[in-house]
Ligand binder design. Structure first.
Ligand SMILES: [Zn+2]
Ligand SMILES: [Zn+2]
Length: 286
């Protein structure tokens, strides 16, 4: 085995290990999977593993999604009538219209900062709220909250000159989390080394850099508004804002410090930092 392959396996192992700690994960024997063939285990929207994110899983038509976030994206805001969701307690798929959703608890969600877990029994939902906080909602309300994950800022993106973007092959998956990167053009980052690797956010890009002890030289990020390809070492990053990427909290890149500061003002950003100020501890805390 070549050294590079070995390192990639190491990363896959590390991330599976992290998944093993997650609240969403269940033993495969307890998961009901409705898709078949080679796609059985993958969310058709983001590519993530359905057993690892089982407790937030939703089905619609013949598809099974990892989360209400991916269901929302796949249905494009048109509320689906036939959807089902996993009951967090029984692990069975239940009609979303009969489910009690706990939204915004402190238990981490899937693909979103605002977590959302469903229960077939209202008492179970209330018990979950008393342990973990959050609010009980019906499906339509939880679906509306999922809509808030999708940035409204695209309208501000009005490039005067054509920009060079990072071109992502359709099947490229983030080596850290396994998601299809092309689905998230706003968040694309790139390692352009002996081989190219694509990431669905600066956070996963940095995890990769730390795992392989790479300097910032061959890394590129996408300007959040204009999507222009930027050298990672020259960009400015907003942290702690209320805009979340596909993997949650992010370092959000901008070409200039002014743009980063203006975004931080609009979106409760905590701080604007340069590439050199990004540390492994900071990335872990996101
Ligand atoms: Zn998904
Ligand atoms: Zn990723």
């Amino acid at each position: 085995m070549q050294r590079r392959e070995f390192l990639i396996l190491g990363l896959v192992f590390t991330s599976s290990y992290a998944y093993a700690q997650m609240f969403q994960t269940v033993p495969e024997a307890n998961a009901t999977l409705i898709q078949s063939g080679k796609d059985k285990y993958a969310c058709p929207n983001c590519g993530m593993h359905l057993v690892k994110f089982y407790k937030t899983s939703h089905t619609h038509e013949n598809h099974q999604y990892c989360s209400i976030h991916c269901l929302y994206e796949a249905t494009q805001g048109v509320i689906p009538k036939d959807a089902k969701v996993v009951d967090t307690i029984t692990l069975e798929l239940i009609d979303v219209n009969k489910a009690f959703y706990v939204v915004g608890s402190k238990v981490r969600g899937t693909m979103t900062r605002t977590s959302s877990y469903a229960f077939g029994n209202e008492k179970d939902a209330l018990m979950f709220v008393s342990d973990n906080g959050g609010k009980v909602m019906n499906f339509a309300e939880a679906y509306a909250v999922a809509a808030e994950d999708f940035p409204q800022d695209f309208s501000k993106s009005n490039p005067v000159a054509p920009v060079t973007k990072i071109e992502v092959p359709k099947d490229a998956k983030c080596p850290i989390c396994g998601m299809f990167v092309a689905k998230y053009p706003q968040w694309v980052a790139l390692y352009d080394g002996e081989k190219k690797f694509y990431f669905d956010g600066v956070k996963d890009m940095m995890k990769y850099a730390y795992a392989r002890k790479l300097s910032g030289d061959k890394f590129y990020v996408s300007d959040y508004y204009k999507l222009a390809k930027l050298e990672a070492t020259k960009a400015f990053y907003v942290i702690g804002s209320n805009v979340y990427g596909p993997m949650g909290s992010e370092l959000i890149p901008f070409a200039s410090q002014e743009e980063a500061q203006s975004f931080a003002r609009d979106h409760n950003g905590q701080k604007v930092i340069a590439f050199d100020e990004i540390t492994e501890a900071l990335v872990k805390s996101l």
